[in-house]
Design a protein around this ligand. Structure first.
Ligand SMILES: O=c1[nH]cnc2c1ncn2[C@@H]1O[C@H](COP(=O)(O)OP(=O)(O)O)[C@@H](O)[C@H]1O
Ligand SMILES: [Ca+2]
Length: 511
């Protein structure tokens, strides 16, 4: 005590020092707090954009994606900014007037020009991917498919964006990118994928299988439990430091429009009386005349061509769901499997495993039929509802849904039964795992489909390795630095007050 008093008497200026230290301390706190406030203020972020056109068999859609430039490689940051449906049919329908294929895209491309800021135009990539409609046209008429692609490429090149190509993507790509899209949007690649020194977990995280139903082809893609037997059906990905072995297959001609033609063609009898076919997949009172030239035009039905004297056939609806599925079943071949397990037509498929997201026409059809809430709807219940819907006379159906496009409305009975047959008999889903299928349109703000995955891949936005991150989050780092600086400051002050010399200033010791 005496020593302390002596020191205080010997050093009358110590009070001044304490005042100075206190002022410094307060100023320090003010600086730290204001820095933290300024730092947390969201600074205007530079956004980047990308355009992908999905040129499907029935129609073309344009998608604009956007993401913050600084976070390019973080998973889950790319979002759908805008979507535009091209008016008119798919580009493959312009085989006779190929110039019009490109023209049809102008309206949506003009919209893209206004919805993306001018300064970003020249760095915005634009891609067009054509799917099964163009695959079929290429089989039928290679020259025509080339001309269609040239026409759309010319239109896309005439815009101020960075043109990156217009091509027919393979069925395997379509399946793969659909799978990447849904899992990216679900954040499945993000989970536990950060790099924590030597403790990185390379075990692939749980993923969602992807079921895509188009008009001309359909894709199934998932990570199976067993090893994949066939190389042509397997995809190997390393994403954010994890390995994925994915099974995929695309069935050309098994999209719902081609499947309907195939079902009609297979069930057509040579001795059809009065050129009339009783069709259980259409409602009672519905009747439709189809030209046989059109029916057999596609490579999907060409093999079914029979020697018929008539040139058209009248389809008369009889509205019977179970009979409809019997007819649909004839387009699947369940013999000739040379692998340990197959879906159909001799195609290898491992056992169904995990959960699935079913999008595109799966969603449109099941949504219309009110069959998307699988938690309450068993497979038996779905069949029961289809029985009821198909047996409803066409006049009542039309009356109940006056605003629905007649083409779609008349085909929902077929489409619903086709989806059940494809999932149950084709892919071997059962009553037990029916509820693992979720029918989805969007995840967050973005549509489920192959386009986002395609762009992520072509712009190298999914790194193979997880980005390394510091062991502490930024907030934790700042907090520790501040607390320990204050502690040190306090120690110095206490040291000085009690021992008369600053404990933290070694220079004083030397003197
Ligand atoms: O609102 C709808 N209701 C029913 N079906 C729809 C609706 N909108 C689109 N579709 C169908 O979805 C399918 C989309 O196929 P897409 O044109 O993508 O062909 P692709 O993927 O085989 O090339 C087509 O069969 C189309 O008729
Ligand atoms: Ca499609």
């Amino acid at each position: 005590m005496d020593t302390k008093r002596d020191m205080q008497q010997k050093n009358p200026w110590h009070r001044k020092l304490i005042v100075i230290l206190t002022i410094l301390f307060i100023v320090g706190i003010i600086v730290i707090v204001s820095t933290a406030i300024i730092q947390n203020k969201p600074l205007p972020q530079k956004m980047k954009y990308g355009i992908v056109l999905d040129a499907g068999s029935s129609h073309t859609s344009l998608y604009i994606y956007k993401w913050p430039a600084e976070k390019e490689n973080d998973t889950g940051v790319v979002q759908q900014h805008h979507a535009c449906n091209v008016k008119g049919p798919g580009i493959s329908s312009y085989s006779a007037k190929t110039d019009n294929a490109g023209k049809s895209l102008s309206e949506c491309m003009d919209l893209a020009k206004t919805s993306i800021p001018d300064v970003r135009h020249s760095e915005t990539p634009v891609y067009l991917g054509a799917t099964a409609g163009m695959r079929l046209l290429r089989e039928q008429d290679d020259m025509a498919s080339e001309n269609v692609l040239t026409s759309v490429a010319n239109t896309l090149r005439s815009y101020p964006f960075k043109y990156e190509g217009a091509r027919i993507i393979t069925g395997q790509e379509e399946g793969a990118y659909g799978w990447i899209t849904v899992n990216y949007l679900q954040g499945n690649f993000q989970k536990n994928s950060r790099f924590f020194g030597p403790f990185q977990d390379t075990q692939a995280s749980v993923t969602l299988g992807a079921l895509d139903l188009g008009g001309a082809s359909t894709q199934i893609t998932f990570v199976p439990q067993e090893e994949i037997e066939s190389e042509e059906n397997s995809l190997h990905f390393r994403l954010y430091g994890k390995d994925y072995n994915v099974y995929t297959h695309s069935f050309l001609c098994y999209g719902k429009d081609q499947a309907l033609n195939l079902t009609v063609a297979i069930n057509l009898k040579i001795d059809e009386p009065d050129n009339v076919q009783e069709n259980p997949c259409f409602h009672v009172g519905y009747s439709k005349t189809i030209s046989l030239k059109n029916l057999y035009k596609s490579p999907c039905t060409a093999k079914q061509k029979k020697n018929l004297r008539m040139d058209s056939v009248v389809l008369n609806g009889t509205g019977n769901a179970s009979k409809c599925r019997e007819n649909v079943l004839k387009i699947f071949n369940f013999s000739d499997c040379t692998s340990s397990s197959c879906s159909f037509n001799g195609i290898y498929q491992p056992h169904i495993y995990g959960s699935f997201g079913a999008f595109s026409a799966y969603y449109f059809v099941m949504q219309f039929l009110n069959l998307t809430t699988h938690h309450e709807t068993s497979l038996a219940k779905v069949k029961e509802k289809m029985e009821y819907f198909c047996s409803t006379p066409w006049a009542s159906v039309k009356q109940r849904f006056p605003t629905v496009k007649e083409k779609y409305l008349s085909e929902y009975c077929f489409s619903g039964n086709y989806i059940i047959t494809l999932l149950e008999n084709g892919y071997s889903f059962t009553e037990d795992n029916w509820n693992t299928i979720t029918f989805i349109k969007k995840i967050g703000n973005s549509d489920a489909g192959w386009t986002l995955g395609y762009m992520l891949n072509l712009t190298n936005m999914i790194p193979a390795e997880a980005p390394s991150s510091p062991p502490l989050p930024y907030g934790g780092y700042v907090a520790i630095m501040v607390i320990f600086s204050l502690l040190l400051l306090a120690l110095c002050t206490i040291g000085y007050i009690f021992f008369g010399k600053p404990a933290c200033n070694s220079q004083k010791h030397i003197i």
